[in-house]
Design a protein. Structure first.
Length: 448
């Protein structure tokens, strides 16, 4: 029986994103381990995103010339090498070098996977193939933090490393096994002489003109403005949430770490360990608790998007789904800013996941249907460009604010998200957007 290349690609991407999810919630703990401040973590995230933004188009063009398979393999072995360097880093400088290299090398995987799916699926089935990327992404981020949080409590017997380094080392091993899997299982989908798949990757030279062009189209402007405000404000969660947990709940997590250690070592006193050893145990508890909340968010998102959103669309049109989702995100960001127990933080995180899961699919549908087929490539390119810019610009700002006052980035993001909610009130239902777009296209009104 012939193996499906889509299924093989799905397994490849899931394992790749699982490794990525292992360490993302733990980055603040890594920074603290080496004596860095929160703004250093923001710079680390920004460097990674910038390298992905710059390198993704280059990898995309290379895959058109030499094929998708070697580029995906390069991304996987690059991930393994970068995770290994990250896990064994002796200081912040090596940590930065590892993340910069990771951004440059892992930019080969996901964009090339999109082109791979376009190669092997007919247009009418392509959206289903692309949905597998979202599923792989969701599963990786749902289960990666859980594995990483558990692994962060233990050292590897052979290396005797700090517990906080263990998830990155496991991610390195997982990425290498994934590379071997792809070497033997993943077939080529694009050969020299084949027409390219037509999936455009944004670069610094094209993203700004595309964004300006899209914003000049009245049928698209409202949707893109909502997306811009929501994305820039939500990036505070991606960059500052783990820091908030560490800074606000340091004393609580220290007590939890002490209780866990003394339970596992009956008859021994917490003070019998060196100060450094106690610090490592607290770091492990910080990583475990942060990963626990990320797991909660990931599972909630999977449940809502997989089982609830489809039913809700029969009751609420897409524009109302966006309104409700964004409003829930405003409430959740304010809740994160004021929550002073871990239990309350978990509840507001669930509300945030529900709001995001309602907003994202509905808003993406409104964006892609807001203009004719000839405009959709530019639309999605501008959308991806805005998301990339948010992940480059926002982390240093938010991690600087969280260092000044832990709640500040979340109050600020709630205010920005509130603007996004006000803008969402202007959105039209999906069928009306499509009708307006078709009418404008027939009259030649789509902006050049």
């Amino acid at each position: 029986m012939k193996r499906s290349p889509i299924l093989i690609l799905f397994v490849t991407l899931f394992l790749d994103l699982l490794g990525f999810g292992l360490i993302i919630p733990l980055i603040p703990s890594y920074i603290e381990h080496y004596g860095g401040k929160p703004w250093v973590g923001g710079a680390l995230l920004a460097c990674y995103s910038l390298m992905q933004f710059v390198c993704a188009p280059l990898w995309g063009k290379l895959s058109d010339r030499i094929g998708r398979r070697p580029v995906i393999l390069a991304g996987l072995i690059g991930s393994a090498s970068a995770f290994l360097a990250f896990g064994l880093a002796p200081n912040l400088l090596v940590l930065f070098i590892a993340r910069v290299c990771a951004g440059a090398l892992t930019a080969a995987s996901l964009p090339t996977a999109q082109a791979y799916i376009a190669d092997v699926t007919p247009p009418e089935k392509r959206s289903g193939g692309m949905a597998l990327l979202g599923i792989a992404f969701g599963l990786g981020f749902a289960f990666g933090p859980a594995v990483g949080g558990y692994a962060a409590r233990y050292s590897l017997p052979i290396l005797h490393n700090a517990p906080i380094q263990t998830p990155a080392l496991i991610a390195a091993g997982l990425s290498f096994l994934n590379f071997l899997w792809a070497v033997f299982m993943l077939p080529e989908s694009h050969f020299p002489g084949d027409p390219p798949a037509g999936l455009k990757q944004e670069s610094l030279f094209t993203v700004f003109p595309d964004i300006a062009r899209v914003m000049s189209n009245p049928q698209v402007k409202a949707q893109m403005l909502v997306y811009a405000f929501v994305t820039f404000s939500f990036t505070a969660v991606e960059s500052a949430f783990s820091w908030l947990i560490i800074l606000r709940f340091h004393d609580v997590l220290s007590v939890m770490a002490q209780h866990l250690w003394t339970s596992a070592h009956p008859g021994l006193l917490w003070t019998s360990m060196t100060a450094h050893a106690r610090e490592l145990q607290v770091e492990a508890m910080q990583g475990a608790e942060t990963s626990h909340i990320f797991l909660l968010v990931g599972v909630t998102s999977l449940v809502v998007q997989g089982f609830i959103v489809k039913g809700l669309t029969r009751i609420l049109p897409e524009n109302r789904m966006v309104m409700v989702g964004v409003f829930l995100m405003v409430l959740a960001l304010m809740g994160i800013a004021v929550a002073h127990t871990l239990g309350a933080m978990e509840w507001v995180s669930v509300v945030l996941a529900i709001g995001t899961s309602m907003n994202n699919p509905a808003l993406f549908a409104l964006i892609t249907q807001a203009a004719g087929p000839n405009e959709r490539g530019t639309l999605t390119g501008a959308q991806q460009g805005l998301g990339s810019l948010a992940r480059i610009i926002s982390p240093p700002i938010n991690t600087y604010m969280v260092q000044k006052k832990a709640s500040l980035p979340f109050f600020a993001s709630a205010a920005i998200m509130l603007v996004g909610f006000m803008l969402s009130l202007r959105l039209k239902p999906l069928n009306q957007n499509a009708a307006d777009s078709n009418n404008d296209g027939a009259q030649g009104a789509v902006h050049p």
